[in-house]
Ligand binder design. Sequence first.
Ligand SMILES: Nc1ncnc2c1ncn2[C@@H]1O[C@H](COP(=O)(O)OP(=O)(O)OP(=O)(O)O)[C@@H](O)[C@H]1O
Length: 357
Amino acid sequence: MLSLGLEKEIGAWDSVLLEPLTEDNFISNLLQRFKRDHIYTYIGNVLISINPYKKLALYSTDLVETYVKRGPFQLPPHIYAVAASAYRWLNDRNEDQFIIVTGESGSGKTEAARIVLQFLVLVSGDNPEVKLIKDRLVQANTLLEAFGNARTMRNDNASRFGKFLDIEFDYKGDPVGGYLTYCKSNKLEYIHLLKSLKLQRNVEHYNILQINGSQATQSDEEDRNLFIYTKSALNILGFSDEKVVDIFRIIAVVLKLGNLQFVPCNNIDGTDGCVICNEYELFEICELLGAEHRWLQRALTTRQVENGILADLNACEAAKVRDILCRTLYSRTFSWLINKINELLKVRYGKRKTWVC
Ligand SMILES: Nc1ncnc2c1ncn2[C@@H]1O[C@H](COP(=O)(O)OP(=O)(O)OP(=O)(O)O)[C@@H](O)[C@H]1O
C-alpha cells in the first residue's frame, strides 16, 4: 500500500489553525508544504490545491480505499478526502452534492475534476450496466477535452469553456447517468485558437505519422496516441464509424478553411475584389464537403447586394467571411456533440440523487 507519509507531513494541514492567521503565515505555510510536495492544504472544509506541474505519487486505488474508510481531517488533506466526503453525504444523508473547482488558467481544475471522476469510478459498483455508464462518463470527459481544449501560452490543455458535469446516482450510490452543460465562452469562438486546438494537433500529426512512420518524435507519438484515444472514446460512446468519419471531416474542413488566403485584386469597374491564392485548399475542402467549387468560391468572395446581384468582397472582408464560416461550423459541431453525449448519458430509470462537478 502506498505510504501516506504521515511522519513526513509538514506545516499546518488546515490553515485555520495557523497562529496568528495572517496572509504572510498563510502563504508561507502553503509554500513550506508545497516544497515538500504536499500540494493540498485545507482552509476549513475548502481544499487548496497547488499545481505541481509534475507527476506525484499521490493517486492510487489503495489511497482511494483509505480515504473512503476514514472521515475527513483524519488523514492529510487530499482531493480524495473531498470526493469521499461528498460521496458519503450523498449515500448516508441522501443529499445532492456539488464540488466546485475554481482557479486561474493552468491551476489544475481539469486535472482535479478528472481525479474526482476517477475516484467515483473506483468506489462505485461494477455490474455491467454501471460499468457502461462509468465508461461513458469518462469518455465524455475525454471528448470534451479533445474538442473544447486548446494549447495556450499558459496551458497545453486549456479549456475553452466552463462545464458542469451532473452525475445522477441510484439508491445504492451507483451512477445511472449524467448531463453535461457547457458555458460557451468567447474563448471557443476565437478563430486563432482553432490553430492550436488539441484535436488539430492530433489530426495533423496523425496524418504526418501515416506518411513518415518511423520518424515520429516523442511529441508526435503523444499526439498520435491522443488521436487514437479520441477516436476510441467516440466509438465507446456509441458513435458509428460513419459518424466518426463525418466528425473528423468537419474538423478537417475547418482547419483547411483557416488556411485559405485571399489576395487583393482590382476589378475592371475600379472596385476592389480578391482571389484565393491557394485554390488547391478550396478544391480539397469542396471534396470533403461534397460541395461544388464555384459555389463555395462565390460564397467566400462575394456578397449579395440585391436580388441576384453580387458585389465582390475585398481581401479583408473575405477573410472575415471565412472566419465566420469556420466558427459556425466548429461551434455547431461542438453543440451537436454535447447533445449526442447527453442523449447517451441520459438516465434510463429513476434517479435518486445528484452530484455536480
Ligand atoms: N495534480 C496534478 N499533478 C500533476 N500535474 C498536474 C496536476 N494538476 C495539473 N497538472 C498539470 O498542469 C496542467 C494544467 O492543468 P489543468 O489543465 O488541469 O488546468 P486548468 O485549471 O483546467 O486550466 P484551464 O482553466 O486553462 O483549462 C495539466 O495539463 C497537468 O500537466
